[in-house]
Design a protein around this ligand. Structure first.
Ligand SMILES: [Zn+2]
Length: 193
């Protein structure tokens, strides 16, 4: 064997080693699963927000989906909504010790086949991201579906018209009953004006 093909062989071997190494690392990142078997994922922060991500519920209905895996150290309080859904759907779930994993993934929905997802973003877009992108704080995203004052309503209409349907104006009855705008209230609580 000449030197050149020998070097080529070493190169191949190194590539293979690197590949194995990166797959092992991937598994540490995706709670012990191969990336190619992940349908969707959530980060720890997204679980701690306490909002239920409908994408996860939908993923459990995906015929390819086999089980749901979550990190125990997040705390049962925050995992409970997903556990409840899984139980309701009779969908297998596992709660694992997160200590031996890298990164900030907190929940994955897994299949047992290889998906063609190499170029896909597996982590679901943050629910609040649309709001944050236009400079509306969390006091808006968390009060969707509620009645808000005219000023807050106008702000949504102005900056995030796609979401205007999710906010109603305070009614006269609300006002008579002394209901305050929850967005304004939260803004004050968070130290804003
Ligand atoms: Zn308001």
């Amino acid at each position: 064997m000449d030197l050149k093909s020998n070097l080529g062989l070493i190169d191949e071997k190194e590539k293979k080693m690197n590949h194995i190494y990166s797959i092992q690392n991937q598994k540490k990142y995706y709670l012990g699963e191969y990336r190619e078997r992940i349908i969707v994922a959530l980060k720890v922060d997204q679980l701690l927000e306490g909002d239920l991500y409908p994408e996860i519920i939908a993923a459990m209905d995906n015929p390819k989906a086999k089980y749901l895996k979550m990190r125990r150290d997040i705390g049962l309080t925050f995992l409970k909504p997903y556990i409840k859904e899984a139980e309701r759907k009779n969908f297998r779930y596992e709660i694992i010790d997160g200590l031996s994993y890298l990164g900030d993934i907190g929940l994955v929905v897994v299949t047992d086949e290889s998906l063609d997802n190499e170029d896909e973003e597996l982590v679901i877009r943050d629910m609040n991201q649309d709001f944050l992108d236009v400079g509306l704080g969390p006091e808006y995203s968390k009060n969707q579906g509620k009645h808000v004052c005219n000023k807050c309503h106008l702000k949504v209409e102005d900056k995030l018209p796609d979401y205007i349907e999710k906010f109603k104006r305070l009614t006269i009855l609300d006002k008579l009953l002394g209901v305050n705008c929850p967005v304004c209230k939260d803004r004050k609580k968070m130290g804003g004006k």
